[in-house]
Design a binder for this molecule. Structure first.
Ligand SMILES: Nc1ncnc2c1ncn2[C@@H]1O[C@H](COP(=O)(O)OP(=O)(O)O)[C@@H](O)[C@H]1O
Ligand SMILES: [Mg+2]
Length: 353
């Protein structure tokens, strides 16, 4: 489980792991969780459809009895959900993975598929991005399937990425999830790694950064991969030739910050209504946070209870999350500083309400 704020590189890592699993010829499915009402059905349909599509690569080979049964279970699972009419050319394994109870079905599906792949030295893996947004029922079923597979020593792996509250979401869904996964928190790159992220790709194109230029850019990016990307691109744009000077770097920080403010931050800000923005401003008083909800409500001259709808809306919009009960925090690094930078002209942002 890869956890961290937005822009730290979780999706990049998840995709890289997915690619590695594919290289090993594992059966893989990649899902992206959504918060919408229709999310639960959509995610299961995607799972069923992508499983059928991924499993087609095995239909070209001579099937072991176990593999034939596993493909039959995938087909039965898909038939029950009605996700796709693509067929695997085997008989449906009626009674496996098609009860309609998502937990029973996923446990059976994982068991049959992982057992068949294990026989061949392969594995079954499900990659899930934005996993904190997965609906509780599907999440519970997946955790239960992982647990059951572990108990039988079957090669099934859920690889997830999400906000820092993901471990809490998992544990609240199934308490044993705490011991089930390997949790890695993804944060800033250190200074050496940050310098490499800028310098190495530039070197490949015959460009170099003056040491003082790197210092300026690294200070501005604070080790956040997305900011390194933005400032690096800005440096590339403002530099007159392939040697990037300290002067270029200073111009790049100004330009890059404007780009971030006008895009990364502003797009989030403009998703919030006027009152939700008041909550963002109240949170920004705590710097990068997290903020306790009590004082935030107080700053907005609201009763703690009345904060609920704003909090819920901002979570729904992906701008804030709850690191712990009674807390809220920004999902992107640097949001508090953005709100401070724009406090004076924050009225100018209010045109959308
Ligand atoms: N290891 C890394 N080194 C340098 N830049 C990175 C690295 N990982 C990610 N990035 C940059 O950060 C951006 C955001 O990464 P992403 O995986 O989308 O973050 P997250 O999923 O955590 O929000 C990427 O588009 C890429 O430009
Ligand atoms: Mg991501």
């Amino acid at each position: 489980m890869l956890t961290g704020l937005r822009g730290v590189g979780k999706t990049v890592l998840l995709n890289e792991m997915h690619r590695m699993a594919e290289d090993f010829d594992w059966l893989t499915v990649r899902l992206e969780a959504r918060r919408e009402e229709t999310g639960a059905r959509a995610v299961r349909r995607n799972l069923a459809r992508d499983l059928v599509v991924a499993a087609r690569k095995y239909t070209r080979t001579r099937l072991s009895a176990r593999m034939r049964a596993a493909l039959g279970t995938i087909s039965a699972f898909n038939a029950k959900i009605g996700a796709t009419s693509i067929e695997l050319g085997v008989e449906l394994n009626h009674g496996r993975g098609d009860s309609g109870d998502v937990e029973v079905d996923l446990v059976e599906l994982v068991q049959d598929v992982a057992a068949a792949l294990g026989e061949q030295g392969r594995a079954f893996a499900v990659f899930i991005d934005e996993m904190q947004d997965l609906d509780g029922e599907t999440l519970g079923a997946l955790i239960a399937a992982q647990h059951a597979a572990n108990q039988r020593d079957l090669p099934f792996y859920i690889v997830g990425a999400g906000l820092p509250n993901l471990p809490r979401v998992l544990t609240e869904t199934r308490s044993y999830a705490e011991r089930l996964f390997d949790y890695r928190s993804i944060g800033q790159l250190d200074r050496t790694e940050s310098a490499r992220a800028l310098a190495e790709p530039a070197e490949r194109l015959g460009a170099t950064y003056a040491p003082a230029a790197l210092d300026v850019l690294l200070d501005a990016a604070g080790g956040y991969p997305y900011f390194l990307q933005e400032y690096g691109q800005a440096a590339w744009s403002v530099a007159a030739d392939r040697s990037i000077s300290e002067d270029d770097a200073r111009a790049a920080v100004e330009y890059g910050t404007e780009q971030l403010d006008g895009g990364f931050f502003r797009s989030r800000w403009s998703r919030a209504t006027r009152s939700e923005r008041r909550m963002l401003a109240a949170m920004a008083a705590d710097g990068e946070g997290p903020s306790a909800t009590g004082p935030v409500a107080e700053r907005m001259q609201l009763k703690p209870k009345s904060l609920g709808p704003y909090r819920a809306a901002l979570i729904q919009k992906g701008l804030v999350y709850a690191p712990e009960h009674g807390q809220v925090a920004f999902t992107v690094p640097g949001m508090a500083a953005f709100v401070h930078r724009h406090r004076e002209d924050s009225e100018a942002f209010d045109e959308t309400d």
